[in-house]
Design a protein around this ligand. Structure first.
Ligand SMILES: NC(=O)C1=CN([C@@H]2O[C@H](COP(=O)(O)OP(=O)(O)OC[C@H]3O[C@@H](n4cnc5c(N)ncnc54)[C@H](OP(=O)(O)O)[C@@H]3O)[C@@H](O)[C@H]2O)C=CC1
Ligand SMILES: CC(=O)[C@@H](O)[C@H](O)COP(=O)(O)O
Ligand SMILES: [Mn+2]
Length: 384
């Protein structure tokens, strides 16, 4: 039987690559739901190619345009964030791939888990914000959370067949981004264009800025802690500029397992969709002669403060990672609009974290309120 997939955020970098993977295996997958926010043209094109049962545009102002463009097709059209969160519950959906960006991933993921759907999780912010609730709900509903993020897919692949063996520690690899090796004087004047120029990966704007500021690795440390049940002390970050070794697990006997391959997100996307199987692909293969050297180095915590900020948020726990994430979403947006400088991002995140009321054991509602409060504080700190 074909696996019926809901792709949330289908017009983005991960969403588009997911559809590419699905198109390689038409006998194994069926696209049941597509969702996007703004890009009507691309969404319509995807609808005509994959003929989903249902499509949702989160931005309600675009509903009529989408409806008109699809009037000749038997596709149900809905709009609004609430609809995105509802379509995942459809009985005809087997697996939900969460590829929207930011906090918007939280509610649809919660609903999908409650409805018993398998989750292929790209939206790392969901686990950063509410990892306790998500992992608890997943356990209660016996729902697998299959990581799509390349490092976490790597760790998941290293851990396959090792469920009875404790992890001593993990090493999350980080490319270091476009500003690896640069100092604060240099970073003071960098532009969004420079920050968007990632050396190894082509990704959406938000995650690309996060990679440049090392917040991406900070988010990934928290994501790994929830996915694999690790303490902060068990997670190390190591700079690896080539992005070939995607991450490493060290077991209690000292043995280390790494997963490697070219930087190509289609591989972890496909693995999340086909797990525990591996389907044959024609994605480009790694050639050792193209990489005579693989390098490793320690992160520069002093210059790239976001990584330390994320460890602090994780150690504090409660609503602190949620607050950090909200402030980060605000500052990334403002940096992309040239309204604040690159280094100001960490200052504002740190200050926001000191101003929001701390909640040790937040409910889902508390997470929504903390997110709103943190955004308001970050905006006020920026001044407009
Ligand atoms: N890109 C990558 O290689 C990787 C990404 N990830 C994670 O995957 C997620 C997606 O990243 P990426 O694909 O790069 O992002 P993109 O910006 O490329 O795509 C984001 C998608 O989400 C949609 N979207 C944006 N805002 C909303 C909203 N409020 N409600 C509903 N949908 C929304 C966009 O719609 P539209 O385009 O129509 O506006 C688009 O389809 C992120 O959490 C990221 O951290 C993780 C590992 C690697
Ligand atoms: C492809 C992927 O998983 C990204 O999260 C990637 O890891 C970003 O690269 P950095 O290591 O530069 O953050
Ligand atoms: Mn990653």
């Amino acid at each position: 039987m074909k696996k019926r997939v809901a792709v949330l955020g289908s017009t983005g970098s991960i969403g588009s690559q997911t559809l590419e993977v699905i198109s390689q295996h038409p006998d194994k997958f069926e696209v049941e739901v597509l969702t996007a926010n703004n890009q009507i043209g691309k969404l319509v094109e995807q609808c005509r190619t994959f003929l989903p049962n249902t499509v949702v545009i989160a931005n309600k102002a675009k509903y009529q345009q989408l409806q008109d463009a699809l009037h000749d097709l038997p596709i149900k059209v809905y709009a609004g964030e609430r609809s995105v969160a509802q379509v995942v519950e459809m009985s005809t959906v087997d697996i939900v791939l969460t590829a929207m960006v930011g906090f918007s991933g939280l509610l649809p993921t919660i609903n999908a888990i409650k409805a018993g759907k398998a989750i292929a999780l790209a939206n790392k912010e969901t686990l950063v914000v509410a990892g306790d609730i998500i992992t608890q709900l997943a356990a209660q509903n016996k729902v697998p959370i299959l990581p799509v993020d390349s490092e976490h897919s790597a760790l998941f692949q290293c851990l396959t067949g090792e469920f009875q063996n404790p992890i001593e520690k993990i090493y999350l690899t980080a490319s270091g981004g476009p500003f690896r090796g640069k100092d604060s004087v240099y970073l003071n004047n960098v532009t969004p264009e420079q920050a968007l120029n990632h050396p190894n990966w082509e990704m959406g704007n938000k995650i690309t800025i996060d990679s440049a500021s090392m917040m991406n690795k900070g988010l990934e440390v928290i994501e790994a802690a929830w996915l694999f049940g690790l303490s902060p002390a068990q997670i190390d970050v190591i700079i690896h500029p080539q992005s070939i070794v995607h991450s490493i697990v060290q077991f209690t006997d000292g043995s280390m397992k790494a997963q490697m391959g070219l930087p190509d997100m289609r591989v972890p996307i496909q693995y999340a969709l086909t797990y525990p199987e591996r389907f044959t692909s024609d994605f480009p293969r790694f050639n050792f002669m193209d990489y005579p050297q693989l390098n490793f180095d320690k992160p520069d915590y002093k210059t790239f403060r976001n990584l330390g900020i994320a460890y602090d948020a994780m150690r504090t726990g409660g609503n602190m990672p949620c607050v950090m994430n909200a402030a980060n979403e605000v500052v990334v947006d403002k940096f992309l609009q040239n309204k604040i400088g690159f280094l100001q991002m960490s200052d504002i995140i740190e200050k926001t974290m000191t101003k929001v009321d701390f909640i040790q054991k937040p409910s889902i509602n508390d997470y929504f309120e903390s997110d709103t409060e943190a955004r308001a504080i970050a905006h006020a700190l920026i001044g407009y």
